[in-house]
Design a protein around this ligand. Structure first.
Ligand SMILES: Nc1nc2c(c(=O)[nH]1)N[C@H]1C(S)=C(S)[C@@H](COP(=O)(O)O)O[C@H]1N2
Ligand SMILES: [Mo]
Length: 316
């Protein structure tokens, strides 16, 4: 697989200042050599999850467009999870001991029935469904993933948002001991994401607890993460510990890190370039060459109605 450099997603100022530091310490040239020599051929080597994909199950081999599912081993070994590593090939190793059980999610804010939900209870309460969705990362690579999970709407109905609630705000667990990336003071932790309430209530918006018929691994955001298939992958916040209904539009992790580059809506749009690269095409993991990126990631029939009146030629 082609490597994507941290410079491709890391906010400019973080990337540049880290680079200046490394350059002044004379580390850059040396680490490039060592990095190349030590590159693991198998990112899952020695992990308890190394046989995870042997029992992988999916009801179909393609999505509704006929695109083939991305190989299970790619889905669990090529990850973005900055709490553990900036290096996609290294997330699985760094996250191997992440403790995801027991796990509670606190749901509150502007709701009539706030509550703390234990993950096992949640799973029993809402029947798990399989959903095969394309995932398009803002870095211009994509996958097709068979998720397990339940619509976020079910949890929303349970807590009853009040009439003042306009947005949903999500937070990843904050635990710098387990997630060493959270000690990096250049970024604002914990990871935060948000949806408008109508986006959150959309039937396609999923709280995912598994892939390929099995519980999520730490690298994929165990034990529970968001999946909104018509938005760029960074909206799909991992390892959620807190959900709040709020009145104001939440400011996300990436909006704070680099407001010039990342917005709240982040709907997949081939016609609006990232300031540093085009979004018109993408590299589907496991395929040679590139393919055209599709408006709303191919979910316009389901999602476009949410954005009537929003100027899609603009960056949001
Ligand atoms: N907490 C948290 N959630 C996150 C990220 C992250 O760094 N931290 N990365 C995002 C990005 S950029 C993408 S593309 C997807 C990747 O999900 P995957 O590794 O399971 O494919 O997770 C998203 N959720
Ligand atoms: Mo991403």
């Amino acid at each position: 697989m082609n490597k994507i450099l941290p410079s491709e997603i890391t906010p400019e100022h973080v990337y540049l200042s880290r680079r200046r530091f490394l350059a002044s310490a004379g580390i850059l040239a040396a680490s490039a050599l060592v990095g190349a020599a030590c590159r693991r051929s198998d990112p899952l080597a020695g992990l308890p999850s190394s046989d995870y994909c042997e029992s992988a199950k999916a009801s179909k081999s393609t999505d509704e467009l006929g695109d083939r599912l991305t190989e299970c081993t790619s889905v669990i070994s090529y990850n973005n999870f900055y709490e553990f590593s900036f290096d996609k090939d290294d997330v699985a190793q760094r996250a191997r001991d992440f403790k995801t059980s027991p796990w509670a999610i606190e749901v509150g804010g502007l709701v009539n029935r706030p509550g703390t939900y234990d993950i096992d209870g949640l799973r029993r309460k809402f029947a798990e469904e399989e959903r095969i969705y394309r995932m398009r990362c803002v870095e211009a690579w994509s996958m097709v993933i068979p998720w397990l999970g339940f619509p976020l709407a079910k949890l929303m109905q349970e807590v009853e948002p009040t009439s003042r609630a306009k947005y949903v705000r999500f937070e990843t667990l904050f635990d710098p001991q387990q997630m060493p990336g959270q000690k990096d003071e250049m970024l604002s932790w914990p990871y935060v994401e948000g949806l408008r309430l109508d986006e959150a209530m959309h039937d396609f918006t999923l709280l995912a607890t598994g892939i390929y018929g099995k519980p999520l691994l730490p690298q994929n955001g165990a034990p529970i993460r968001l999946v909104v298939p018509w938005k760029y992958g960074f909206k799909n916040i991992k390892s959620i510990a807190k959900i709040d209904l709020v009145e104001e539009m939440p400011v996300s992790f990436w909006m704070t890190a680099s407001p010039r580059e990342y917005g709240f809506y982040a709907n997949v749009n081939p016609n609006v370039a990232h300031p540093r690269w085009s979004q018109s095409s993408e590299r589907r993991i496991g395929e040679a060459g590139r393919r055209d990126t599709v408006l709303f990631n191919g979910y316009a029939d389901q999602a476009a109605r949410l954005y009537e009146g929003l100027d899609l030629s603009k960056f949001y």
